[in-house]
Design a protein. Structure first.
Length: 195
C-alpha cells in the first residue's frame, strides 16, 4: 500500500473514532449537505436537525481539529481534510448510516464531490444553504470567540474574505435564514429525509 493511501486510511479511522457512537444503519440512508459562510448558523441548524433525525453529524471544524492539533487552514490542509471527509461520508453511507455534513461548501466545484458520492451510491441527497444578515453574523462571530465549546476559529475578517467566494447551488436546495424561525423548514427537511 502506498504511503499516501496508508495515511488516508489512518486519518479516516481517526475521524471515525472521533465521532463517538453511531446511529443504527438503515436500509436507505440519506445525506444532508449543509453549506454557508461562517457565523450564519450552520452548526445550530445541524444540531437542531440531528435532534430529530437518526444521523451522524460531521462538523468540518471539529474534524479538522481531530486531524490537526494546530490547524493552519492552508489550502493543502483543507484539501487533505476534505478528501478524508469525503471518504468518511462515503464509508458511512455504504454502511447504511445517514449523514449530515456541516461545512462551508461554498463553491460548486467542491459540492460536485458531494453530488458524486450521492449519485454513485444512489442515496437521497438534501442540499441546504444557510444564511443570516451580515450584522447578525458579525455579532455571532464576536460572541462565540469567548465560548470554550466553539469549534470554529472563523472571525469577521475570515467571513468577509470568504463572502465573495460563495457560489449559488445549482441543484434543488433549501435556503434557510437563521435570523428567522427555522422550525417549519426543519420539519420539512425531516419529512423529506425520512420519506
Amino acid at each position: 500500500m502506498a504511503v499516501g493511501n496508508a495515511r488516508l486510511v489512518f486519518d479516516s479511522l481517526r475521524l471515525l473514532e472521533s465521532l463517538g457512537p453511531l446511529p443504527e444503519p438503515v436500509a436507505e440512508p440519506f445525506f444532508i449537505a449543509v453549506s454557508g459562510l461562517p457565523g450564519t448558523g450552520k452548526s445550530y441548524f445541524c444540531r437542531r436537525l440531528v435532534e430529530k433525525l437518526p444521523a451522524v453529524l460531521l462538523e468540518s471544524d471539529a474534524l479538522r481539529k481531530a486531524l490537526f492539533a494546530s490547524p493552519a487552514y492552508s489550502s493543502e490542509e483543507s484539501n487533505h481534510l476534505f478528501r478524508d471527509i469525503h471518504l468518511l461520508v462515503e464509508r458511512l453511507l455504504m454502511k447504511g448510516i445517514p449523514v449530515i455534513l456541516d461545512a462551508t461548501n461554498l463553491s460548486e466545484k467542491n459540492r460536485e464531490y458531494l453530488y458524486s458520492i450521492a449519485d454513485r451510491l444512489k442515496v437521497k441527497l438534501i442540499l441546504v444553504r444557510v444564511s443570516a444578515p451580515p450584522e447578525l453574523v458579525r455579532q455571532r462571530l464576536q460572541s462565540r470567540q469567548a465560548d470554550p465549546t466553539n469549534k470554529s476559529d472563523a472571525d469577521w475578517d475570515i467571513y468577509r474574505r470568504m463572502q465573495p467566494t460563495e457560489e449559488e447551488i445549482r441543484r434543488k436546495h433549501y435556503t434557510i435564514d437563521t435570523s428567522q424561525d427555522i422550525s417549519s423548514i426543519i420539519d420539512k427537511i425531516v419529512r423529506e429525509a425520512l420519506r
